[in-house]
Write a protein that binds this ligand. Structure first.
Ligand code: NCD
Ligand code: ZN
Ligand code: ZN
Length: 417
């Protein structure tokens, strides 16, 4: 048995315990345990590893921006032990054979556990994509994404998803509400793809969803949170919480849906604090600095983020803006419930995915620290706390910012929880 000692987050509280782990599963939680191998972390905090249901690792097709090995390394360093990769890779994951080929290419290089989204164009494609952990639909143009253009096609897709156990993640922007304005700066981009477009798309999904499980990706406004259909979940990104149209980052901050003005961002924070937003997700969408260093309207949309969710948001726990239970719910527990995987909680019977944190360690964010292939982060210089060790099913995957075990990641499959 492997033993990990520390102050673990158990049922809402921190308790000094020993976690006993066998075959990657937590098998005992006691005051003390004797094991074959013991990690003693003293008063450092043990939290469930993060689950990021929205990343773009660009493999296959755009591996100069990111690939599965580099993306999952950044995930581990940032305390994310499970990722779900989006289907806008090349070719887009619209059919089962494309998904199986993507799985073949990426599986051996995963440093954390992972699932893949499918992007069906019809209910028939939903069936062919049975190996996908979940589905994605893009209702507006965004980087390399296959588009669904009309209500009939969306209704068909949702009906297909309703006959599965999994969910449909929605990129919810209604292009009929876009303004054709020249976009030279973040403020223009916000006006060109306004909050009404998000609200309108979410309402359409609410109208058409039938019995499908629906998850709204990257909400940017309080109105979007409030517009979501009853029972639907939603995610918020750190960039929409921490950056705004006033951030001095130009085209680097160009992202879909856009960064919003400070007042909108504050309203979004209120929804988070009130507990109305189910989870964090990074929408890690890396583009190289060269690709971003062009006139604003030509720059690709997307910002990297898989390594920074924990580091930049943990300060809000330290400052009591987000109580630890709420943070853990949004970082780990709720995404695990959405995916129906046996993860997200430190409890007997669960996968031993966990991170080790010393809250006294505070440093300035850098891209190098994130080990990003794209070489930049929109949070450069931000006050950060990185976990100093990350375990995936009991394997020490990263320590002090370095990857120590390669290819420990496995494909996730839903459990009957
Ligand atoms: C994403 C990308 O680059 O893949 N870009 C973005 O601006 N968020 C696509 C997406 O999630 O919309
Ligand atoms: Zn999107
Ligand atoms: Zn995305």
């Amino acid at each position: 048995m492997l033993v990990i000692e520390g102050r673990a987050y158990l049922e809402g509280q921190l308790e000094s315990v020993a976690l006993g782990i066998e075959d990657g599963t937590i098998v005992a939680i006691k005051k003390t345990l004797r094991g074959d191998e013991t990690y003693r972390f003293g008063d450092a905090i043990l939290l469930p590893g993060g689950i990021d249901v929205h990343v773009h690792f660009r493999e296959p097709g755009k591996t100069h921006k990111e690939d599965f090995a580099s993306g999952t390394e950044s995930a581990a360093v940032g305390g994310v032990t499970t990722v779900v990769d989006m289907p806008n890779t090349r070719p887009p994951v619209t059919k089962g054979d494309v998904l199986r080929e993507k799985l073949r290419v990426v599986s051996r290089h995963a440093n954390v556990d992972f699932g893949l989204y499918g992007a069906p164009a019809s209910a028939a494609d939903v069936k062919s994509l049975a190996d996908a952990i979940a589905y994605k639909v893009y209702l507006a143009e965004t980087t390399d994404a296959p588009l669904i253009r009309d209500d009939a096609a969306l209704a068909d897709l949702l009906a297909g998803v309703a006959s599965t156990k999994t969910y449909m993640s929605v990129h919810a922007e209604d292009p009929s509400r876009f303004q054709s304005l020249p976009a030279k700066k973040l403020e223009d981009y916000h006006r060109a793809r306004p909050p009404e477009a998000e609200r309108s798309a979410i309402e359409t999904v609410g109208r058409l969803r039938g019995e499908a499980r629906v998850h709204i990706a990257h909400v940017t406004t309080a109105e979007a949170v409030k517009a979501r259909p009853a029972g639907a979940t939603c995610e918020v990104t750190p960039h929409h919480l921490l950056l705004s149209t006033a951030s001095p980052i130009g085209a680097r901050g160009k992202v879909n849906p856009p960064l919003r003005p400070i007042a909108e961002r504050e309203n979004l924070w209120r929804e988070v604090v009130a507990g109305s937003v189910d989870m964090f997700a990074s929408d890690h969408a890396p583009h190289t600095l060269d690709e971003k260093s062009v006139p604003f309207d030509e720059a690709p949309a997307g910002v990297p983020g898989v390594a920074t969710t924990f580091p930049v948001l943990f300060r809000y726990v330290r400052r009591d803006v987000l109580p630890l239970p709420q943070f853990v719910a949004m970082f780990s527990e709720n995404p695990a419930k959405l995916l129906r995987v046996n993860k997200g909680t430190l409890a007997v019977g669960r996968d031993a995915d966990l991170i080790v944190v010393d809250p006294r360690r505070i440093e300035k964010m850098t891209a190098r620290r994130c080990r990003y292939k794209c070489g930049w982060t929109p949070f450069e210089g931000a006050e950060s706390t990185f976990p100093f060790a990350t375990f995936v099913r009991g394997q020490l995957v990263s320590q002090e910012g370095e990857l120590v075990t390669e290819s420990a990641g496995r494909l996730i499959t839903p459990s009957e929880l």
